[in-house]
Design a protein around this ligand. Structure first.
Ligand SMILES: Cc1ncc(COP(=O)(O)O)c(C=O)c1O
Length: 377
């Protein structure tokens, strides 16, 4: 079977598993705020979906996204999720012979997009306690050259959950400016961090901020996100985008409603997901050989190392899958370090998190007997 077919069947099986507990894609499974649900129902009942939305997004949504980021001089292009924004940037700005600089681990799809544009991908290894699982200024300085077209920083990092300080972001953008590179700042997880600094603050002319509603607001299946940059740059990115007919209108209504209730809703979501982090951290520390790499995580997931327990991440995922629990193998993020860890999302109901914690010791034992877990993606 072709690999895209196998991948699709894998996710189709998961999607159609009743009551599956999703810990594998950093999605948010807390109940939706009633105002967000109402906005979607109202949109459906008004049958707004017969018309295309404005190509760059509903003006109200564009204004609210800018306000949420605290930016004023920038322009917003609403997209079908952050991934469409990343695709557009990588396909428009990366060129054959240019270099696309990013971290290992990080998020794999933009690397594929840049490679499809003929760029060479350069990954800087950051996995390990020696630098606190983070990119250092010296590493970026050493890797950036005149050929670097795009520096892609996932911040907070997926899967590690580290988040960069204002001083680090400032130094990274100074390097980008020196070599003339775009700074592609993927802030998909910024709403889970205690503090987050936008690269656009220091390097407005060539920073592109990537925004998602999938994680903090829990709209992954609705596909809505955005890119935010200087108007001239957005003009270029809006010239031939993958979708020039406007993003899903129901999703945009949900996103508008979400931004309006964010102040009352998000602090509680964060309190609950940090509580889940604490429980998973505690449960992992009781199992010999398990270790949480970065705690607390500034995103909505934890990297749990299992290498010292003598089991493979794939076997642990398979053991949990048989219990109706989906967690993610590290190799999804990184061939180099993926054999060391699994990733577990924390924006889930407390009962799911407690079920995972209760089963953890037994799953580690069961994983010892799983020699050939099926293909995972
Ligand atoms: C770093 C990062 N960027 C972007 C995305 C995609 O976000 P969206 O659902 O808004 O397309 C993900 C999804 O997992 C991600 O981890």
């Amino acid at each position: 079977m072709r690999s895209f077919e196998a991948r699709n069947r894998h996710f189709d099986r998961l999607f159609n598993t009743p009551n599956l507990m999703w810990f594998g894609q950093n999605t948010n499974h807390f109940p939706t705020h009633p105002a967000v649900r109402r906005a979607m129902i109202d949109s459906i009942e008004a049958e707004e979906f017969h018309a295309y939305a404005p190509p760059a997004g509903l003006e109200e949504l564009r204004t609210l996204i800018l306000a949420d980021l605290g930016l004023t001089e920038a322009a917003v292009l609403v997209t079908d999720g952050a991934v469409e924004a990343l695709y557009n940037v990588c396909r428009t700005l990366a060129e054959p012979g240019s270099e696309f600089l990013t971290t290992d681990p990080g998020w794999k799809w933009p690397m594929q997009f840049a490679m499809a544009s003929g760029a060479k991908v350069v990954e800087i290894p950051i996995y390990g306690p020696q630098n606190g699982y983070r990119l250092t200024v010296a590493q970026l300085e050493a890797a950036a050259t005149e050929k670097t077209r795009i520096i892609y920083l996932v911040d907070p990092n997926n899967p590690l959950g580290v988040c960069y300080t204002p001083a680090e972001i400032k130094a990274f953008t100074q390097i980008a400016r020196r070599v003339g590179a775009y700074f592609l700042h993927d802030a998909t997880y910024r709403h889970f961090a205690d503090e987050h600094t936008l690269a656009a603050r220091f390097y407005p002319e060539r920073s592109i901020t990537i925004y998602s509603f999938s994680k903090w607001l829990g709209l992954a299946g609705l596909r809505v996100g955005a890119l935010v940059a200087q108007p001239e740059l957005v003009e270029r990115l809006a010239a031939a985008p993958p979708n020039n007919l406007g993003c899903n209108v129901i999703s945009q209504r949900a996103a508008i409603a979400g931004l309006k209730v964010k102040g009352e809703w998000l602090p509680d979501i964060n309190r609950r997901q940090r509580r889940n982090q604490a429980e998973i951290h505690k449960a992992a520390s009781r199992v010999p050989g398990l270790n949480v790499a970065v705690y607390p995580s500034q995103a909505n997931f934890l990297v749990v190392e299992c290498i010292d327990a003598g089991i493979s991440p794939e076997a642990l995922c398979e053991a949990f899958r048989a219990e109706g629990i989906m967690i993610r193998q590290g190799s999804y993020h990184t061939p180099r370090f993926g054999h060391r860890f699994v990733k577990i999302a924390t924006t889930v109901p407390e009962a799911w998190s407690d079920a995972l914690c209760a089963k953890l010791p037994a799953m580690v034992e069961r994983a010892r007997d799983i020699e050939n877990p099926g293909p995972l993606f």
